[in-house]
Design a binder for this molecule. Structure first.
Ligand code: NAP
Length: 363
């Protein structure tokens, strides 16, 4: 990572802050899918100083490391053989401002939705379309979360990353995170190499509402809101999400299970001839995004249930656990769905959810 990263200018840390390690850590309440797997070790991190003791504990040497925020984008298909670190770091502060912009830092463990609301309350704009996305601030750059026409990448300045091997805190500017459609280097080559501790955002002092996304625009139109404020957008997005997405506290799930596939424009046009109602959205030169939910629904999966696993009746992209489903059962259903989409449309669905272990995914 050396050439990419600068050391962050953090005060020297005290090295005597201990962590509490638990053996055979139960994970059921640590993932929104409610999967009752275990990790070899688990710990909760509430202060950055505690990270140093992770390197000093002999029993952890050589074991894989998994940072977890709210656990809202992960599927444990097997017991996790390493140490799961639940990041509970908190704090939000403005570090600089000008007439137009404000630099805001938030600790990785801040709940995302509360952070969005706090920003609006302070008059820091831009994140309102991302209201009510489950998870923590630390997860936002990892998946480059996005909704209703906005991606967090547009407002990211950089992240602070504690590198496990060196024990150093590194500053990674947003431009070096390889941010793409629901992806980043943090969930590929940097996964397991450390823990994201802080995120810095570049937000707006003057509202620049983004209300063109069709379902959002339609709701605002129905409510006769012609010039929406950021708060109007925030409330409209909350309403839309509550209507369409099952609440993980009532029906455990991890949000969108699959990414929307991006296919060559030629393939999309061929499909359009066979399926005139196929929704298509431009995604860069010669590429087109197709809603995975549409493909899954066409294959008849929406509302499907088998034992304790199923596809949400409200949204074909959301797989749900009706109670005692195992990670393996959810994985098996996801693979059947991906296979049926492939057989019918010759389009490969890729999981948006992080599947552990990664090699368990064999569509
Ligand atoms: P929708 O409006 O039914 O549209 C289905 C899909 O088509 C969306 O996923 C969206 O892709 C794409 N789409 C629609 N209009 C678009 C446009 N004008 N330009 C580009 N792409 C367009 O979507 P929905 O399922 O109700 O979701 C609404 C928003 O919430 C979406 O942005 C979606 O990403 C987000 N969402 C997030 C999660 C999650 O777990 N993180 C779950 C459900 C929905 P995009 O997904 O790329 O926007």
């Amino acid at each position: 990572m050396g050439t990419l990263a600068q050391r962050s200018r953090l005060p020297a840390l005290r090295h005597n802050c201990m962590i509490r390690l638990r053996r055979l850590q139960p994970l059921k309440s640590w993932n929104t899918f409610g999967i009752a797997e275990t990790a070899a070790y688990g710990t909760v991190c509430t202060r950055v100083e505690q990270l140093h003791s992770l390197r000093r504990r002999r029993e952890l040497h050589g074991l894989p490391l998994l940072p977890l925020g709210a656990g809202s984008n992960v599927l444990f298909a097997e017991p996790f053989p390493g140490v799961v670190v639940r990041v509970r770091l908190r704090g939000i502060r403005c570090v600089a401002e000008s007439a137009h912009e404000v630099l805001v830092e938030a600790a990785a463990g801040e709940p995302w939705h509360n952070f969005v609301r706090t920003c609006l309350t302070q008059g820091w704009y831009g994140l309102e379309n991302l209201a009510l996305i489950p998870g923590t601030v630390g997860a936002a750059p990892v998946h480059n979360i996005g909704a209703y026409g906005v991606e967090v990448a547009e407002f990211l300045d950089g992240v602070e990353f504690w590198e496990h091997e060196s024990g150093q805190f590194l500053w990674l500017p947003a431009a070096e995170l390889g941010l793409g459609y629901r992806s980043s280097r943090l969930r590929t080559e940097l996964l397991g190499r450390g823990i994201l501790t802080r995120v810095r955002f570049r937000l707006l002092r003057r509202p620049r509402p983004h209300a063109q996304y069709p379902t959002l625009a339609a709701l605002l139109e129905r409510e006769r809101i012609r010039h929406p404020t950021p708060w109007d957008i925030f409330h409209a997005v909350c309403r839309l999400r509550r209507q369409r997405l099952p609440d993980p506290r009532r029906l455990p799930n991890a949000g969108s299970f699959f990414r929307n596939p991006i296919v060559p424009a030629r393939q999309a046009q061929e499909l359009r001839q066979r399926y005139p109602e196929l929704p298509l959205f431009p995604a860069g030169a010669d590429s087109v995004k197709i809603p995975a939910a549409w493909l899954i629904e066409q294959c008849g999966w929406k509302g499907y249930r088998r034992g304790d696993v199923g596809v949400a009746p409200q949204h074909a992209l959301v797989l749900v656990n009706y109670g005692g489903a195992s990670g393996r059962e959810i994985l098996q259903l996801a693979q059947e769905i991906a296979r049926s989409v492939w057989e019918r449309f010759q389009i490969r669905l890729e999981p948006e959810v992080l599947i552990l272990p990664a090699q368990a995914w064999q569509p």
